[in-house]
Design a protein around this ligand. Sequence first.
Ligand SMILES: Nc1ncnc2c1ncn2[C@@H]1O[C@H](COP(=O)(O)OP(=O)(O)OP(=O)(O)O)[C@@H](O)[C@H]1O
Ligand SMILES: [Mg+2]
Length: 392
Amino acid sequence: MPMSSISGNDSYPYPVARIGIIGGGQLGRMMVKAAKRIGCTCVVLDPLRNSPAGQVSGHQIVGDYHDPGALRELAAASDVVTFDIEDIDTATLIELSRAGHAIFPCPGLLADIQDKLRQKDVLAEAGIPSAEYVAADAPTAEAFAAFGYPLVQKARRGGYDGRGVQIMHTPADFARHLPVPSLIERFIPAEKELAVMVARGQDGQTRCYPPVEMCFRKGENILDMLLVPARVPEQTAAAARRLAIETVEALAGVGIFGIEMFLTADGSLLVNEVAPRTHNSGHYTIEACVTDQFEQHLRAITGLPLGAPDLLTPAAMINLLGEPGYNGRPVIRGLRAALAIPGVSVHLYGKATTRAHRKMGHVTVLDQDVERAREKAERVRALIRIIGEEKE
Ligand SMILES: Nc1ncnc2c1ncn2[C@@H]1O[C@H](COP(=O)(O)OP(=O)(O)OP(=O)(O)O)[C@@H](O)[C@H]1O
Ligand SMILES: [Mg+2]
């Protein structure tokens, strides 16, 4: 790999590294932008021609994440391979890694994390606190009742944005169960949900971002707003950072990781899940931190020194989701009014079509006071609507 062979004398050819990104969504798109800034080029693998990341990288392989041929082609065109999604064929990645291709985070770790049951097992073995659970490979009413309600069923694979998760309060809720291999775990009556981003370099150094408070709409497991710094006591924030670092160290992860946690009424912290990649809760770092999560990830996987994760200003973030009832080419309503509010940054992901609840963009609001940032973000949410040219 050219980078490491010459990094000893601190001299790099351009491009500094050719980054292969599996997944061409918004995370990949923002990673490509950061990569260009630090002198890297990117090639993106995504089945969708002209994907959000492919549009910016200018080089895309159109192919499936499970296609060994496409993954090999990507590896051949890259110095380092990484990903913006988790649902990838890890067998091929493990084979490529054994053949000497640099892939971070390492494919074996991705294989553990992409299966929610294996992920829980790994966390439990490392002594990381998380909700008590059992495997439910063939979900039955008897097994659920024996475990006890309230409980949360989670599909072992393929869930995201809460789609593989069922919260069940009573045995009657079993009617809504997911008929797929799963785990069931205790329902945690959380005071708050926090997310902490941690980067870990190839040399084992870590950098931890401030805990973010994830606010959910009541009764739904769809994220409503993110606030940073989280409105928690200083000692809770410090404990959350320690737990996040401990988790990434236990996994020996290289790259950036999003650690989602529950904070309970008695002040204890439980890890909900680990994302082995940049994370929605880290988007605010683009405007609000010294080094954003995308550049930080690239520094980690290319062996460059990690950057300062310090928070420059409090921030609030909202996702811009496709409004239900519309499809087709997106139409952005209220953009001008939103941008007229000081401290508002709008990110649109370049998706060709909208649909109900699809992540089409996000908005970060900076303000010296986190409550004011939250209020401005509420105003922006009321202003911006992503509708589509086609009504359902
Ligand atoms: N054990 C639990 N107790 C209470 N609530 C839970 C539990 N597990 C999950 N939830 C709720 O469901 C949400 C989604 O769960 P989880 O993060 O595990 O799934 P996901 O599909 O990976 O979601 P995402 O992609 O949005 O992170 C959590 O943020 C939380 O609000
Ligand atoms: Mg989650």
